[in-house]
Design a protein around this ligand. Structure first.
Ligand code: UDX
Length: 474
């Protein structure tokens, strides 16, 4: 089948290469010429395991190519919309400018094809009501149908999540009469739907659920809201642990053994970041308010607030350990919002770095993949690639992104490099007894050495980007 992917950012590029991997003829469109050039040269613009391989294979077989000219994709059978829906400048709500513009340009070139269907398939995360609105515009063209098919991919597992998803969701205008469109998208995904053999799925295949547009839009944001809630829930328990002397990792372990709760997304620490969870929950709150249902999501404001408080807590803990932050040498392990990623969007690590810098600390940051992006984000950042070099002469070490090499650090060897062996484990991944035995003053979020007072409720916490800007100007 001939497929186009409009918007080849993270989601779109992975989707385009994955569709070529399935044997389709794929053309990716974007307005960013530099990105198109890199992709066409087989160069990945981001760190994503497995992506460079399928990108290069797609290019080599001729099944995958990229263009900036929308006329070239007018004759495709299926058009995927992979555009970003970033947070609006006002902090809440999704910015649909790119998506609307793309749909406008597509509508202008799509031919009316009597008797032949053309599918437009939205993959972006959008506020409820977007699909129906866009359908109103696109379906005026003869033969064009819109489906909403949200993407649940995680960075670091994007290729696997695309080719072996847990489920596939199709949102349609009316499930009763959408048979032909559903069959057409099934044909695109045939190999995925048949699914590889997986021990956790003895019946084989990937479940595919058909529902209305609004439900499909909501599934995506509610999945992210649920995951964010799980993380903030355990981080709220971490706050209680800090006040009582309990160890939050004991709580996570015991809770996770209850099948109804499950052990994933219960790791306490400096909280969630990245291009999705923080912006999606804020956009979800805004969209619920627009719909007059804001009360239903009031708790998500608290989920966001707990998440922000953890970033402040690390800085407070550092100040408690050092007496003052001004002039102190602090090494931060990790800049990416999570390991196996070079993404620093709303990275908790970088917000902590900015706060430390704003308080006058001399901060050195290290990360295996994300330093280039981190430097672009935080002006004046002292970034060192080599972990041992970064640890040299530190008065305090903060582990804020749990890359394997930091989890596996040898406390005895590391103690030889630093000036004073003090560490805060901001991701609850190190074993306190090992570090303390090697002479380290050790603190971890939610695993107090001694109980502390709870943070004041009325503390107002600015959002990450404002802070990073402030640090850059300082
Ligand atoms: C997320 C969703 O998982 C994915 O389904 C959706 O499509 C996009 O958003 P991603 O942003 O790639 O994916 O990251 P994810 O692995 O979900 O982690 C999000 C954040 O939560 C990271 O900052 C991570 O460090 C943090 N996290 C995760 C925790 O703090 N504790 C946990 O237990 C798990």
């Amino acid at each position: 089948m001939k497929i186009s992917v409009i918007g080849v950012g993270y989601l779109g590029a992975v989707h385009a290469a994955s569709m070529a991997e399935l044997g389709h003829e794929v053309i990716g469109l974007d307005v960013d010429l530099r990105r198109l050039e890199r992709l066409s040269a087989g160069e990945s613009p981001f760190h994503e395991p497995g992506f460079p391989e399928i990108l290069r294979r797609g290019l080599a077989t001729g099944r995958l190519r990229f263009t900036a000219d929308i006329d070239e994709l007018a004759d495709a059978d299926v058009h995927f919309l992979g555009l970003g829906t970033p947070q609006r400048a006002d902090g809440f709500g999704a910015d649909l400018t790119a998506l609307d513009a793309a749909v406008g340009s597509l509508a202008a070139v799509l031919p009316a094809r009597a008797g032949v269907s053309t599918l437009v398939v939205g993959k972006s995360t959008v506020p409820t009501g977007t699909a129906r609105r866009l359908a109103g515009r696109l379906e005026q063209i003869d033969g064009v149908h819109l489906l909403w098919n949200p993407e649940f991919l995680r960075e670091g597992f994007a290729v696997r999540d695309t080719l072996e998803p847990d489920r596939i969701v199709y949102g349609v205008r009316d499930p009763e009469v959408a048979g032909p469109e559903i069959a057409m998208l099934d044909a695109v995904y045939a190999q995925i739907l048949d699914g590889p053999d997986r021990p956790d799925r003895p019946e084989g295949g990937v479940p595919r659920l058909v529902m209305g547009y609004e439900a499909a839009e909501l599934v995506k944001v509610s999945a992210n809201a649920f995951l964010a809630t799980k993380i903030s829930f355990i981080n709220a328990m971490a706050e209680l642990c800090e006040a009582t002397g309990a160890d939050v990792t004991d709580i996570s372990r015991a809770l996770g053994m209850d099948d109804r709760i499950g052990n994933k997304f219960l790791r306490a620490g400096v909280g969630f970041g990245g291009g999705c969870l923080p912006k999606d929950i804020r956009a979800f709150i805004a969209s619920a308010e627009d719909l007059g249902a804001g009360q239903a999501l009031g708790f998500l404001r608290e989920v966001d607030a707990i998440n922000q408080r953890r970033r402040v807590r690390v800085v407070d803990l550092a100040r408690e350990m050092l007496g003052t932050l001004r002039g102190r040498r602090i090494t931060v392990l990790g800049a990416a919002f999570k390991p196996d990623s070079d993404d620093v969007r709303d990275s908790p690590a970088l917000e902590v770095v900015s706060r430390l810098m704003a308080a006058g600390a001399h901060v050195t940051v290290t990360d295996p993949e994300a330093l280039e992006n981190a430097r672009r984000r935080v002006e004046g950042l002292a970034a060192v690639q080599d972990t041992a070099e970064a640890l040299q002469d530190a008065e305090l070490v903060l582990l804020l992104t749990e890359w394997r090499e930091y989890r596996d650090l040898d406390p005895i060897a590391a103690a030889q490099l630093v000036s004073t062996p003090r560490i805060i484990d901001g991701r609850t991944v190190l074993t306190p007894s090992e570090w303390r035995a090697a002479g380290w003053e050790f603190q971890a979020l939610g695993r107090p050495d001694a109980p502390t007072t709870l943070p004041a409720d009325d503390r107002s916490v600015p959002v990450a980007d404002a802070l990073i800007d402030a640090a850059a100007q300082a």
